[in-house]
Design a binder for this molecule. Structure first.
Ligand code: FES
Ligand code: FES
Length: 230
């Protein structure tokens, strides 16, 4: 698996090259230092990119990334999934949250090579067949966003919570999204939005609520009508 290659042979080779270069700098004459350092640099250049495959919202993407490329940058800059935002780049704000193999993760602290072979869901993948996901509906109906910067990450954290716990209490919702910060501080409405989504998803599962569309949400074509209702 490429992941073990990156953490195994590749890492060893890089460390070896670095050791050779630094050792040589101390112990050998300037001329041979230059030659050896160049050789090490050449090795590093040769390992500059890795071929990985990411399945995003059901679509497989093959790409080459540098070992240092963060998953969030691969998503946004290499593949154009710009719905995933970048905030702190240090696991604090949650703006970069995506779903990887069924769990919400912060894509600013995962290397793209570590995500090789995984299935990812981004905010673009929440809408299915032209229909909003209940969590999107909830944010719209309950006014769960202001500037919207935290919203994609909030939605991915919330869907992860609802997939694990379809009927969360107010407190459980707050715990579920505690890794995501909203600079506009609209937390109460965000909690309301998650509660709305939980209800809709449960109703959709049982098929017992007329307000839930048969396919689980509001058709995109009805979006303007929904806005009018509000
Ligand atoms: S950008 Fe990833 S947690 Fe803030
Ligand atoms: S809506 Fe502005 S950061 Fe949350």
């Amino acid at each position: 698996m490429r992941r073990s290659y990156v953490h195994g042979e590749s890492a060893t080779a890089v460390a070896t090259a670095a050791t050779i270069a630094s050792t040589t700098t101390v112990t050998t004459a300037p001329t041979s230092t230059t030659i050896t350092a160049t050789t090490a640099a050449t090795k590093l250049t040769a390992m500059d990119t890795h071929d990985i495959t990411l399945t995003i919202n059901g679509t497989e993407h093959d790409l080459s990334v540098e070992p240092r490329t963060l998953l969030v940058h691969a998503l946004r800059d290499e593949l154009g999934y710009t719905g995933t935002n970048v905030g702190c780049e240090s696991t604090l704000c949650g703006a970069c949250t995506v779903n990887m193999d069924g769990d919400a993760v912060k894509s600013c602290t995962i290397l793209a090579v570590q995500a090789d072979g995984t299935e990812l869901r981004t905010v673009e993948g929440l809408r299915e067949s032209g229909t909003f996901h209940p969590i999107q509906e909830g944010f719209q109906k309950e006014h769960g966003l202001q500037c919207g910067y935290c919203t994609p990450g909030m939605m991915l954290a919330a869907t992860d919570l609802l997939e694990e716990n379809p009927d969360p209490s107010d407190e459980e919702i707050r715990e579920g999204i505690e890794g995501n910060l909203c600079r506009c501080t609209g937390y109460q409405n965000i909690v309301n939005a998650v509660e709305y989504a939980a209800e809709e998803m449960r109703a959709d599962d049982t098929g017992s609520t007329e307000t839930a569309a048969a396919d689980g949400g509001v058709p995109m074509t009805d979006y303007e009508a929904v806005k009018e209702e509000d």
